[in-house]
Design a protein around this ligand. Structure first.
Ligand code: PGA
Length: 264
């Protein structure tokens, strides 16, 4: 059996999908599968805000944890449309994604028209504020980082990812054990074009170096971007990849649990 340190973390990011009945059904099916089989990885599902309650009820009595997809860093007040870390705690949330490339307005190839992208305006500073606010409330942040196709072509992938991680982690006062950093190359998200596993492992190792240098050894490094049952085994052959952030393939119980099985 794996030790706690080596357990992988598999996160299902449902994005803007499903309704009450669909969320209840999918969460219950994943919980049933997790009870029937012993998985050696931690599992989290991240439904949209409106479906957190339905998913929470369906997960009752299981070991699967609930996550949100975003947060605002202030406690409360006149912030129409925003959700605070305290509200997430109240909703029974344990994890929260921050800095997803889609929230930064950096979409995978052809996923959204440029006129829409400008409405998603997260940057390293807002991501840092969100990350810290979550930690203060005992919610484990899942920080997403990754380069665009253009940045990779220009040979800037390592620098971009280095900057995105450091700007959030370096000045962090708290111990962020339990949090995660997901390396998600933007060009691999929702495109079916998974990153070569060797390269994903190399990038994960680079991120690990930054985390270790900042004494954040309890943060796991995940890979995300077109993870499917077909490529999961090859990705998890690399110890550097300590889990996965799964989008499309997390919307079906069979594909999600197959990925969890490959995580070992
Ligand atoms: P994908 O999404 O698995 O559909 O590529 C991953 C993500 O955006 O977190």
């Amino acid at each position: 059996m794996r030790t706690d340190r080596a357990r992988r973390l598999i996160v299902g990011n449902w994005k803007m999908n499903l309704d009450q009945a669909g969320a209840r059904h999918l969460a219950a099916a994943i919980a049933t599968a997790a009870k029937a089989e012993t998985y050696f990885s931690d599992m989290v599902i991240c439904p949209p805000y409106t479906l957190l309650h339905a998913a929470k009820e369906a997960l009752a009595g299981s070991t699967i944890r609930l996550g949100a997809q975003d947060v605002f860093w202030e406690e409360k007040g006149a912030f129409t449309g925003k959700i605070s870390p305290g509200m997430l705690v109240d909703a029974g949330v344990d994890y929260c994604i921050v800095g997803h490339s889609e929230c930064r307005g950096r979409f995978g190839a052809g996923a959204v028209e440029p006129r829409l992208a400008r409405y998603f305006a997260d940057d390293d500073e807002t991501v840092r504020l969100k990350f810290s606010a979550l930690l203060k409330h005992g919610i484990k942040p899942i920080l997403c980082v990754g380069e665009t196709e253009q940045e990779r072509k220009e040979g800037r992938a390592d620098q971009v990812v280095h900057d995105q991680v450091s700007r959030v982690i370096v000045a962090l006062a708290e111990d962020a054990t339990g949090a995660a950093v997901a390396y998600e190359p933007v060009w691999a998200i929702g495109t079916g074009q998974v990153c070569d596993p060797e390269e994903a492992a190399r990038m994960a190792a680079r991120i690990r170096e930054i985390l270790d240098r900042c004494r954040q050894t309890g943060i796991r490094v995940l890979y995300g971007g077109s993870v499917t049952p077909e490529n999961a085994e090859a990705l998890f052959a690399h110890e550097e990849i300590q889990g996965a952030l799964v989008g499309g393939a997390s919307l079906r119980v069979d594909s999600f649990t197959t990925i969890v099985r490959y995580a070992g």
